[in-house]
Design a protein around this ligand. Structure first.
Ligand code: THU
Length: 164
């Protein structure tokens, strides 16, 4: 038996005002995208913004459904919209934010596990790390280098990849 320790580094900024301009712009887009959420059940409006390596920006928001599990998170709406539009352009960065009708969201909003797995797929597809920018509607901002960083022991079965 051998004990293995896994840890990761990420950056914390006191507010979005401290971010590099490109990150701040993407986060502004994610925050704006919260207004497009369809969230009548949770009243928790999540916005995501994706920047592709070709410079194109896409946004998404959570889309809930009366049949609750049929809903989709903001991150997957944004990333799938972007990757469907430009399947050959790597995903460069992803910003996520949220606001609630019930309480202030002042802590960074990390993606759920299913979104982590979904986004790692594109890091594997293109062989690059995606810059992840996490924020609430206000307050501190986290920047993480790579979605795989947030998903240690990612499900990764090379045998399932298409043969080349
Ligand atoms: N949600 C997201 O959009 N992204 C996440 O990473 C976590 C949760 C949405 C799903 C649901 O519409 C609402 O937030 C409350 O869970």
């Amino acid at each position: 038996m051998r004990k293995i320790t896994s840890s990761f580094d990420y950056q914390e900024f006191a507010s979005s005002m401290e971010l590099p301009p490109e990150d701040r712009l993407l986060l502004d887009q994610a925050r704006a995208a919260t207004s497009t959420a369809h969230a009548p059940y949770s009243r928790y409006h999540v916005g995501a913004a994706v920047k592709l390596a070709n410079g194109k920006l896409f946004t998404g928001s959570n889309q809930e459904n009366m049949s609750f599990p049929a809903g989709l998170c903001a991150e997957r709406v944004a990333v799938y919209t972007a990757t469907a539009a430009f399947p050959d352009s790597p995903v460069a960065s992803l910003a996520i934010s949220a606001r609630s009708d019930a309480f202030p969201v002042t802590e960074p909003v990390p993606p759920c596990g299913m979104c982590r797995q979904s986004v790692v797929e594109y890091e594997i597809k293109f062989g690059n790390k995606i810059r992840i920018i996490l924020a609430g509607e206000s307050g501190k901002v986290f920047v993480v280098n790579g979605m795989s960083t947030l998903l240690p022991l990612t499900f990764l079965e090379k045998g399932l990849q298409k043969s080349k």
